[in-house]
Ligand binder design. Structure first.
Ligand SMILES: Cc1cc2nc3c(=O)[nH]c(=O)nc-3n(C[C@H](O)[C@H](O)[C@H](O)COP(=O)(O)OP(=O)(O)OC[C@H]3O[C@@H](n4cnc5c(N)ncnc54)[C@H](O)[C@@H]3O)c2cc1C
Length: 354
């Protein structure tokens, strides 16, 4: 048997890349080990073109955002499913000063294009502390990641192109431009193993800077806000009476365990924003595959032309993966140049292997 691509890891990165290559007519085998942890199984799935206290435009937002909206909704239409939810993000101002600063920031047309013309603060007031008003970010929303991963898995299972289990470098016999895995002749193996890439002997030289994150799920009865609220933390309504609240950022204690400290931190923040009672029903933790220069890791191994990586998606896998998977597919199939800022060739001076 011969396949064009073996994709190792089915978080958002592996799912999006496998789908993209499949739609280009390639034969794709998708593998994932359910015994390993996955950041995509924890993440809120929010896409947000203006982030942080300074409303900074996400890297390449003007390309990423139109592309991702089209990408996820095209899959929904093609498969007759629903997992992508375009929603505005309401940003209540913390103070009069912040209101003034934000109004100055959105005078810039590059930022303004992502801000709603009108925001109904009254609508939020029964639930959210917003004495200084707020603004709504557009072109945002959230991807139901568990559902997305489940649907993409089902698509490849039905095609008999899914392997449930681990694939390690030791399992691969690399013969120049091709690889043999379990008697299958593979043209290229692409690792989409998220934060686990730090333990992958072929890619452990890449400068990762992983960030642990924790998130709560809470019941909030009679909460009728359908948009995402964000003020240093997000409140994401996932269905009637149920919200996700997050997230924490920690560069130490890099395990996948939820902690009391994480919960206390998030509860203190949500108490300052939410006016109505809530009850935490779940808490999860994950490791974001962030990188030192905050750009993804995409490309072909410096000395193994049959092996590649599509990872380092950090805090924004849902926004980055669709556009960058398209770029990677064009690179792999049409020989086009990769986005230099995302190409692992920028780190090649760190590679000392054979
Ligand atoms: C609390 C929290 C909140 C977040 N919120 C958001 C958000 O709102 N929006 C957003 O865009 N991002 C968010 N993120 C970041 C997001 O989780 C990541 O950007 C994204 O999930 C990374 O996807 P990935 O596919 O690269 O890695 P992962 O999702 O970790 O997937 C890697 C997969 O590879 C598999 N795997 C690894 N090694 C092997 C192997 N050897 N063989 C087979 N399978 C293997 C694992 O089982 C796993 O399924 C959040 C993260 C956290 C922790």
């Amino acid at each position: 048997m011969t396949v064009d691509f073996l994709i190792v890891g089915q978080g958002v990165a592996g799912s999006v890349l496998a789908w993209t290559l499949d739609q280009r007519g390639c034969s794709v085998l998708l593998a994932d080990d359910p015994a390993l942890p996955s950041a995509s199984a924890v993440a809120a799935g929010i896409v947000n073109p203006l982030t942080g206290r300074k409303l900074v435009r996400t890297w390449k937002a003007d390309e990423l955002f139109p592309f991702l909206h089209q990408f996820y909704s095209d899959i929904e239409k093609q498969l007759g499913v629903e997992f992508f939810h375009p929603k505005n993000i309401y940003r209540p101002f913390r103070s009069i000063n912040e209101q003034t600063d934000y109004l100055a920031l959105i005078a810039d047309p590059e930022t303004r294009q992502y801000v709603s013309e009108s925001t109904d603060d009254q609508n939020y007031s029964p639930y959210i502390n917003n004495p200084f008003g707020g603004l709504e970010v557009t072109q945002s929303g959230w991807l139901d990641l568990s559902e997305f991963v489940r649907i993409i898995k089902g698509y490849f299972v039905r095609k008999n192109q899914y392997f449930e289990g681990g694939v390690t470098v030791n399992d691969l016999t690399i013969i120049g431009n091709r690889t043999v895995w379990k008697d299958i002749d593979v043209h290229k193996v692409i690792f989409c193993d998220g934060a686990m890439a730090r333990e992958n002997p072929l890619f452990d030289w890449l400068p990762y800077n992983p960030v642990k994150g924790q998130i709560l799920t809470a019941v909030v009865e009679n909460y009728s806000i359908s948009t995402i609220v964000n003020q240093g933390l997000f409140i994401l309504p996932v269905r009637k009476g149920l919200v996700r609240i997050g997230a924490t950022y920690s560069w130490h204690d890099l395990d996948w365990q939820a902690t009391d400290d994480g919960r206390t931190y998030l509860e203190a923040k949500v108490d300052a924003i939410l006016k109505v009672p809530y009850q935490v029903v779940a808490q999860q933790a994950g490791i974001r595959p962030s990188t030192k220069d905050r750009r993804p890791f995409i490309g072909i191994h410096p000395t193994q032309p049959a092996i590649g990586i599509f990872g380092g998606m950090g805090t924004k896998g849902v926004s980055l993966a669709p556009y960058l998977a398209e770029q990677f597919a064009r690179h792999l199939l049409d020989g086009e140049d990769l986005e230099p800022e995302a190409n692992i060739s920028r780190c090649v001076s760190l590679y000392h292997g054979s």
